[in-house]
Design a protein around this ligand. Structure first.
Ligand SMILES: *Cc1c(COP(=O)(O)O)cnc(C)c1O
Length: 363
């Protein structure tokens, strides 16, 4: 069975042992020199002045919301097709998500829908670069800034995605990353970070990640917690960061092969295989999804659905609200399917996936 992701393939050739042993022998495991060095190196890679590492990507979103001033009762605009991560963070601060529809082609936030939602005076927007495809971030950020609304980018699937030489995470007020093992830059466990240009925002997140302390044992800021990246994970990420662009190229090259092989099929394909897409997930849309998945399973090809339930229809939050129609969101949730696309997927496996997909359709 071809998997949807393989940690052993993605980490092949990475000298993880020396990163691990360096930390073991340092006898320093939390907030030390590996974390500081990773924060410097990741900020330099993204093109921001600041990076604050955290325990995971959901904390990054929540602490970013707090750092830009979102609190209980505020509204935050986001999309409803991105796995509920943004919604989790919004609910954690006691704010309310205001869902807006996505563009049919990119499945990312539609600027026209945002323009309408801004009339409801949200405090911030979360723009998710879904599947590794940059959203129309320039247009979205311009609209939000004109309305005085903070822009948070969810880059958990878009490490390294680029527009006109600028990377995902450097367009908004704060960029949020996850280093969960399957992400484009993955640790050996949980990890996350925020990046930003403003030192005040970085300082607010630094305070929140460590109990709200101003100095040791002095709690100046409410809603602090423990959310730190381990030295071991930082050392692993430092070892993998120099290979990120090359592994994104591998993902993109697989997407190029698939897009060419599927061009004549009745499937909606990822809209770009350029630098604005880093192939986190290769997602097609098909009407008869269950039959399609069953066919691929019988050809030993794994698939998954990212994501089957839109945020506004999750049973835990029956009062969820959209600003306008969520037609494209709901249609996408019914039709999206992810195919194997990860660094280390072999040429023969790519051929097998292509054959499995093509053979589903009558000639
Ligand atoms: C993975 C992911 C997150 C959450 O990251 P965790 O580290 O798992 O908390 C947030 N947003 C998106 C789009 C993700 O894919």
């Amino acid at each position: 069975m071809i998997p949807l992701f393989s940690a052993s393939a993605a980490n092949a050739g990475v000298n993880l042992e020396s990163a691990l042993m360096r930390v073991v022998q340092s006898n320093w495991y939390v907030l030390g020199s590996e974390v500081s060095a990773f924060e410097r190196e990741f900020a330099a890679y993204i093109g921001t002045a600041e990076c604050v590492s955290l325990a995971n990507g959901t904390d990054a979103l929540e602490l970013a919301l707090r750092a830009v001033g979102v609190s209980a009762g505020d509204r935050v605009v986001c999309v409803a097709n991105a796995g509920f991560y943004g919604s989790t963070a919004i609910h954690a601060v006691g704010a309310t998500p205001l869902y807006v529809d996505v563009e049919e082609r990119s499945l990312n936030m539609a600027p026209a829908a945002l323009a309408e939602a801004l009339q409801h005076k949200p405090k911030a927007i979360i723009v998710t670069h879904l599947y590794g495809q940059l959203a129309d971030i320039e247009a979205l950020a311009k609209l939000a800034r004109k309305a005085g609304v903070a822009v948070i980018e969810d880059c958990a699937q878009a490490h390294g995605a680029t527009l006109k030489g600028r990377r995902a995470g450097s367009f908004g007020d704060v960029g949020c990353f996850s280093f969960y093992p399957t992400k484009n830059l993955g640790a050996l466990g949980d990890g996350g970070a925020v990046v930003c240009h403003e030192p005040e925002i970085a300082q607010a997140v630094r305070t929140l990640r460590q109990y709200g302390w101003s100095t040791k044992y002095q709690v100046l800021t409410p809603h602090g917690r423990n959310s730190r990246l381990d030295e071991i994970q930082a050392a692993v990420l430092r070892t993998k960061l120099p290979r990120l662009d090359a592994s994104n190229d591998q993902r993109r090259n697989i997407a190029v092969r698939y897009n060419a092989a599927f061009a004549d099929l009745p499937l909606a394909l990822p809209p770009s295989t350029g630098d604005d897409y880093v192939g986190h997930l290769y997602v097609v849309r098909v009407d008869s999804r269950e039959a399609f998945r069953e066919h691929l399973r019988s050809h030993e090809v794994s698939t998954d659905v990212h994501y089957p339930v839109p945020d506004h229809l999750q049973p835990a939050y029956p009062a969820a609200q959209g600003a306008g129609s969520l037609e494209f969101t709901e249609r996408a949730c019914r039709t999206v399917v992810s195919l194997p696309c990860f660094p280390g997927l072999s040429e023969s496996e790519v051929v097998q996936v292509i054959h499995a997909v093509r053979s589903f359709f009558p000639h």
